[in-house]
Structure formats: structure tokens, C-alpha cells
Design a protein. Structure first.
Length: 202
């Protein structure tokens, strides 16, 4: 029996590898994880949802409809307490351009200049959606921590160098991929999807 292909609606190799590692850890076999680079291009709707859940589900629905494959999609970002939960769904384009990590980090630090250390609480939030065979499942994972005053570490991407996870002395950008999988918001949301993914593999 050949493996069932599951599309991850992303071109980010790190995200594909993360799901592969989590499936392997859980002993789930029979799924072949593919990314957007491995399927014919289709129109991807803009991320206009007000919540991570809405955006993740829209992306997973688009991928499943366009390719006929089961599709996993995530939307994630940083929610900062002192900014009333922003940048939130705007995290990737906080500075005005999508994926401009350094500019996003610089803007965030500027906005938090006057915020004292004990009020710099934040959390990474990830919603992961699976659309397959007419069923839709969305799971949310959160990773609490706080925002430092300058970036530290060069693993990871996005706001990782500014994020100090709760109970850690190292930023998210100083953790190994395995350590990050075990603790991160996306890792938590993906692990919550495992029962649904195991059903697909059967």
C-alpha cells in the first residue's frame, strides 16, 4: 500500500520537517508529507481572517480543494500583552512587508521601549488546521514567555531571537530544533492534530 500524500500548505522546509519529525516520534507511518513546491501552483487566498484559526482553516480548505489531497495549514504569530495581543495575525507583516524579520523585530522593540521587564509578557500562538475527506479539525497551541530588549541567538526565524520562553534561560533562537519542537506553539498544535492524522494513515 502506498503512502497517502498530505499537503502542508507552506514552502517553508522547516515546517515540513517539523511535521515529519512529530509523526515519526508518534510512530505514525503511511503518510507522505509534501509542500507547496511539490504540487501544481494554485491561487492562495490572502490571509484576511481576524483569528489564527480562521486563517489556518482557509489555507487548508484552499489546498485541499485545489489539489484533492488532505491538507494541513497553520497560521501563527506573536501576541504581546502590552500591545493588547498584537501583532497577532499581522505578525509576519508587522512592519508593512511580509516576512521582513529584522524590520518586524526592530519595530516591536521600538514599541516596547518604555515597557518595564515585568510587563513584557508574550506568547507565540499557532493554529493548525487539517482538511481531509470532508472533515475539518483545528487545534491551537500556545507557548508563553516574554520579550527581551535585544535579539539573541541565530536559530529559528521571525521573532525567535526576542522571545524568552517561560522557564528558559535561552531564547527560542538558541534552542535546538528538537527542543523547539518539544515546547513550541506549532509543535503543541501539531501534536494535538496527531489523532486526526493517525486516522488518515489508516
Amino acid at each position: 500500500m502506498s503512502a497517502r500524500r498530505v499537503l502542508v500548505a507552506s514552502r517553508n522546509a522547516k515546517k515540513l520537517d517539523e511535521l515529519r519529525r512529530i509523526l515519526a516520534e508518534a510512530g505514525i507511518e503511511g503518510l507522505e508529507i509534501v509542500g507547496l513546491n511539490e504540487v501544481p501552483p494554485y491561487d492562495e487566498a490572502p490571509e484576511t481572517g481576524a483569528t489564527f484559526e480562521e486563517n489556518a482553516l482557509a489555507k487548508a480548505r484552499d489546498g485541499a480543494a485545489a489539489t484533492g489531497l488532505a491538507c494541513v495549514a497553520d497560521d501563527s504569530g506573536l501576541a504581546v500583552d502590552a500591545l493588547n495581543g498584537m501583532p497577532g495575525v499581522l505578525s509576519a507583516r508587522w512592519s508593512g512587508r511580509h516576512g521582513a524579520d529584522t524590520a518586524n523585530n526592530d519595530l516591536l522593540l521600538a514599541q516596547l521601549t518604555d515597557v518595564p521587564d515585568d510587563r513584557r509578557g508574550a506568547r507565540f500562538v499557532s493554529a493548525c488546521a487539517l482538511v481531509a475527506d470532508g472533515t475539518e479539525v483545528v487545534e491551537v497551541g500556545e507557548w508563553p514567555g516574554s520579550i527581551l530588549r535585544k535579539p539573541v541567538g541565530d536559530n529559528g526565524f521571525g521573532y525567535d531571537p526576542l522571545f524568552l520562553p517561560e522557564g528558559e534561560t535561552r531564547t527560542s533562537a538558541q534552542l535546538t530544533p528538537a527542543e523547539k519542537d518539544a515546547a513550541s506553539h506549532r509543535g503543541r498544535a501539531l501534536r494535538a492534530l496527531l489523532p486526526a492524522l493517525a486516522d488518515l494513515a489508516r
